[in-house]
Design a protein around this ligand. Sequence first.
Ligand code: ATP
Ligand code: PYR
Length: 576
Amino acid sequence: MSTINIQSMLKPEAPSRTFISDHRLSSAANVCTSDSLHNSRGRRKCLRKQNVSTVKSMRIAQPNHGTKFDSPNGPLTPDKLDSPFDLHSSDYSQGQSPSTSSVTRKTKIVCTIGPSTSSREMIWKLAETGMNVARLNMSHGDHASHQKTIDLVKEYNAQFEDKVVAIMLDTKGPEVRSGDVPKPILLKEGQEFSFTIKRGVSTENTVSVNYDDFVNDVEAGDIVLVDGGMMSLAVKSKTRDTVNCEVVDGGELKSRRHLNVRGKSATLPSITDKDWEDIKFGVDNEIDFYAVSFVKDAQVVHELKKYLRSCNADIHVIVKIESADSIPNLPSIISACDGAMVARGDLGAELPIEEVPLLQEDIIRRCRSVQKPVIVATNMLESMIDHPTPTRAEVSDIAIAVKEGADAVMLSGETAHGKFPLKAVKVMHTVALRTESSLPVTAIPAGEFNAFKSRMGEMFAFHATTMANTLATPMIVFTRTGSMAIHLSHYRPSSIIFAFTNEPRVKQRLILYHGLMPIYMEFSDDAEETFSRALKLLVSKNLIKEGEYVTLVQSGAQPIWRRESSHHIQVRKVQG
Ligand SMILES: Nc1ncnc2c1ncn2[C@@H]1O[C@H](COP(=O)(O)OP(=O)(O)OP(=O)(O)O)[C@@H](O)[C@H]1O
Ligand SMILES: CC(=O)C(=O)O
């Protein structure tokens, strides 16, 4: 076992900017020297000599850009990858579950549950294929149908200590929609067409809209988008109750279609009366996350959090960035929330579509810098709603989100009402896994060094990550609040992080974070006994092997065995 203890960590030498060069991590005993650790033969010898070894001084290498180097656990590049080329469409038609180990995938998968996937069988298969979070879209379905899904997910979760699917309730928000039409209205380019706030109108040149301020919000010259841009109309004039347009891009206007005005957000409150009812439904069911639609400022997040505190509900708030008005307020919104979703559908309707990739990158960067999870959503495998294979552009889209460091990627219609929901999850899994395997071992983002000096948990997470990366070991952390696991996830170690917690809600929540595999376990007062049980459990589940080395982190805001020891990072060999 190699141990770095806190007393020796309090006076680190000044680190360099982007990597530690010849950074000395000293501890009480001197068993392995810097040279022996850096030299692969020496390192093996040293680690073989005794399973318990203490790191005296260690050179931590520059970020490894693709070069394999030896470690006690073998090559650093992941070796357990599924082949990206082993997809056979016949294996993944609806109802068949491929056996996919999602253990080594770090980017999480959110699946929207809908008619294609709401059965018990499909929830099970989605979970086994790689779903980490089940999303309930409150724009569709009713409480009875969503209740059924929640119960099924909870039934699944109750069977496993090392598997979990979190539940995310996505609010409908202040959506503006056209009214019901008995049959689709054909819109032709150049034709005049009007939206009226009068109820129940459906003629070949006018349809109702469900939002009275629509006439006040739009001006001549605005562009109205239907279904996120499938059709578009230019506003020409308006009266007290009607907006007159000319069709720019035509199509078939069906019932209750989503309307956006390019560059403008509706002046409706972000949380509507229906949303409050749905939020209460979420509280009653102890769901894990709200995805709040059309957040425009931090105020709405504060309001929701205040309500949740008043109900004593421990539910995290993910803001959906999809409203034009949210963009100038991104810093305060991200500071107020618990995580964010890049909701590219509405974002690309309210803002010019060419802004979407840039905003995606910016939102991911902002969330990562404050250790909050970020989800990239919409159209990721859109063609798989109808087809068994994705387009190459869709595959690249997933790869880009993974490279940008998103915690999660999301499927919408693909799993809600698509023909190939399991295959879509499998494709997402495989593409994410393959992309992750190509990423260089993390360089710590510039600017991080100043932050961790004053924060013990972050400092430990940083050094533990550097050690685990250097030695190519999985990480194991024990956490009550989740905070240390989140710090570790932030540094994006090259291996998976097994996060043991004795809090079921923390287990549920951690599944959204990059690289974390949360596992429920009771903690005893005896740290050694708890470590030993944790290692046995991982071995019994084939998650680690006997003889393998693991990096064990014992730290965080509330160290669990405070009386027994100080903060520790240990490297130890898994014993039989
Ligand atoms: N619970 C549900 N019940 C029935 N259909 C659903 C449900 N959830 C999703 N769907 C269907 O899956 C489609 C895609 O889901 P998604 O979550 O992307 O909806 P959306 O973005 O709100 O789309 P839309 O604007 O069409 O409502 C929806 O348009 C709907 O047809
Ligand atoms: C997910 C969602 O709501 C959007 O992309 O608009």
